[in-house]
Write a protein that binds this ligand. Structure first.
Ligand code: ASP
Length: 311
């Protein structure tokens, strides 16, 4: 049973544009599914789907990634395959077009799990990844606005950072994910992000952290989105996989995993998941988390995760 599910990030989705986002998500799910149909494995399917989302400036991954407090673009990405428990991840990479492909290179070409910063970029150039500037005009504009609001004291998840800036003024200066199962029953989960707006330079979120931003086993796969600090603290993707392993459906498992977040760390989060039968599930506690999925027997992808008043 082949199946694939993709998401475009859990959050407020300032600026909406949901129709356009769902179109790109449909395209990503279709491209990933096409890869599976041609006999490609679930890792390649995740790569194709995530590259499609990274290349769209609408999402916070690859081109159009959000900026750090000091106006840089530090991206994280990861991949995990469920049959072998192999993982590849990169953190804090700049000037790379498709961080998901770099994460896959870490998995397939090295003995490591996670490369970061300068080292990851050096590895990227060795692997033939060209220099690429993922920062768009729109993101730079949003960054200016958010930084202003942040300094004026508007609501933020970064209260301690705001106090830090007061002490050290010199500090100033929608993630995507995919889970797929191929005809051999191998499940893979992948994720790519620019992180969260106004994050402190050097901050690494959940995306490249196995168990938090991604997890895959022979029985289940999941990937998370939202405020990474809460996702790391609850081991959200692994939690969803464990719930599936205990016999509940991916939909119920995703809901139970988000309940855990709501009852403990209380941060914004969303998760998508697949089980070994190709059933898909998703849940989120934010205003939106646009998704698309496709399985054997379906002619085109189905979508969801958008507030009804936005359609
Ligand atoms: N989870 C990502 C992070 O905290 C952000 C997101 O999902 O939008 O880096």
């Amino acid at each position: 049973m082949k199946a694939i599910i993709v998401h475009g990030g859990a959050g407020r989705h300032r600026g909406g544009r949901f129709r356009e986002k769902l179109d790109v998500l449909r395209e990503a799910a279709s491209r990933g599914f096409e890869t599976l149909k041609k006999g490609g494995d679930s890792v390649r399917a995740c790569e194709e789907a995530i590259k499609c989302l990274e290349d769209s400036p609408l999402f916070n991954a690859g081109t159009g990634s959000v900026l750090t407090l000091d106006g840089r673009c530090e991206m994280d990405a990861s991949i995990m395959r469920g049959d072998t428990y192999e993982i590849g991840a990169v953190a804090g990479v700049e000037r790379v077009k498709n961080p998901i492909s770099l994460a896959i290179k870490v998995m397939e070409e090295t003995d490591h799990v996670l490369l970061m910063g300068e080292g990851a970029m050096k590895f990227a150039r060795l692997m033939g990844f060209e220099e690429y500037d993922p920062i768009t005009e729109e993101r730079r504009r949003q960054w200016e606005e958010l930084k202003k609001e942040f300094l004026e004291g508007k609501e933020t998840p970064w209260n301690r950072i705001r106090s830090l800036i007061k002490r050290y003024p010199e500090l100033l200066a929608g993630t995507v994910g995919c889970v797929a199962i191929d005809d051999r029953g191998v499940i893979a989960a992948g994720s790519s992000t620019g992180g969260v707006f106004l994050k402190l330079f050097g901050r690494v979120g959940d995306t490249p952290i196995p168990g938090a931003g991604i997890y895959a086993t022979p029985h289940a796969g999941a990937t998370a989105t939202g405020i990474g600090e809460g996702i790391i603290r609850t081991g959200l993707s692994r939690t969803a996989c464990s719930f599936i392993r205990s016999g509940i459906s991916p939909m119920k498992a995703a809901e139970a995993a988000i309940d855990l977040v709501d009852n403990t760390v209380k941060t914004s989060a969303g998760v998508i998941a697949i089980d070994a039968q190709g059933n898909v599930g998703f849940a989120y506690n934010t205003r939106a988390m646009p998704i698309a999925f496709m399985k054997d027997g379906m002619d085109s992808p189905e979508t969801g995760g958008v507030p009804p008043d936005e359609m």
